[in-house]
Design a protein around this ligand. Structure first.
Ligand code: XBP
Ligand code: MG
Length: 242
């Protein structure tokens, strides 16, 4: 029985990575580092999850010494301002899934590598001011000692919800996120994003271009739904708004 939907944020709820990338570059310019992460470089660097860790890993690769926390704090400020200025929207099907889950009385939760302020800003400007309160648990990179693919963030979410992984459906966009979700025992639907399209999603219950495909997938291929059984998930997906 599915009792909760657990969302990743970056790349899953919204295509945020380009905004993260630009915020990193803006912070680097302010700190006079002379660094610039173009999209191919950023795609490679995303293998290091967590912005602070990404800065440190990049500095190490250049044999450079930097103090990553203040640079990352400034990056987070810039990113938040960008989000709050608008111009970001949820990926297709996310709002419908949130509505449907609420209508069915399922819990909603978030497990993300990014910081809480970034999550709250995104939810405020997309689902509405204060909409973080719709989520029974929001756990972030600030709560963990090891970031995805380590399952720590999802274990915290499950403890908050008082549920087992088998009672939750996770929505992820990246291999590192998928590995974290699977290690926490959750079946996982993957919606590849701009920066993760070439990842290996072995182990996913389902891979869809975006979540608005869930309903038609469920209706058109009932025989393949067995990978998501036994529970109420098939009916849940079939009942999503068109
Ligand atoms: C994606 C990430 C994040 C963002 C930047 O995480 O790796 O680190 O790129 O986040 P997820 P911060 O797998 O949870 O989608 O700079 O705020 O750490
Ligand atoms: Mg992600």
């Amino acid at each position: 029985m599915i009792r909760a939907i657990v969302f990743d944020v970056d790349g899953t709820m919204a295509e945020t990575e380009e905004l993260h990338r630009r915020a990193f570059n803006a912070a680097f310019a302010e700190f006079g580092l002379g660094w610039f992460w173009d999209p191919p470089t950023y795609a490679r660097l995303l293998q290091t999850t967590g912005g602070r860790e990404r800065i440190s890993a990049y500095a190490s690769s250049l044999s450079a010494k930097v103090d990553a926390p203040p640079i990352h704090r400034r990056k987070t400020e810039i990113y938040n301002q960008t989000i709050r200025d608008g111009g970001i929207e949820l990926r297709p099907g996310i709002a419908a899934l949130v509505d449907r889950a609420r209508a069915l009385g399922l819990d909603l939760a978030i497990g993300t590598t990014t910081s809480r302020a970034n999550v709250v800003s995104l939810l405020d400007v997309t689902l509405g001011a204060g909409s973080a309160s719709l989520f029974a648990s929001i756990r972030t990179g600030e709560d963990v000692s090891a970031k995805k693919p380590d399952p720590e963030v999802y274990h915290l979410v499950l403890a908050d919800l008082g549920l087992r992984g088998a009672e939750c459906l996770c929505i992820e966009d990246s291999r590192n996120g998928l590995l974290a979700a699977l290690a926490a025992g959750m079946r996982t639907v993957v919606t590849p994003s701009l920066y993760t399209a070439n990842d290996d999603f072995t182990g996913a219950s389902l891979i869809v271009t975006n979540l608005s495909e869930l309903r038609s997938w469920s209706a058109s291929r009932p025989e393949t739904s067995t990978c998501l059984q036994p529970d109420n998930l098939t009916n849940f997906l079939a009942g999503l708004p068109a």
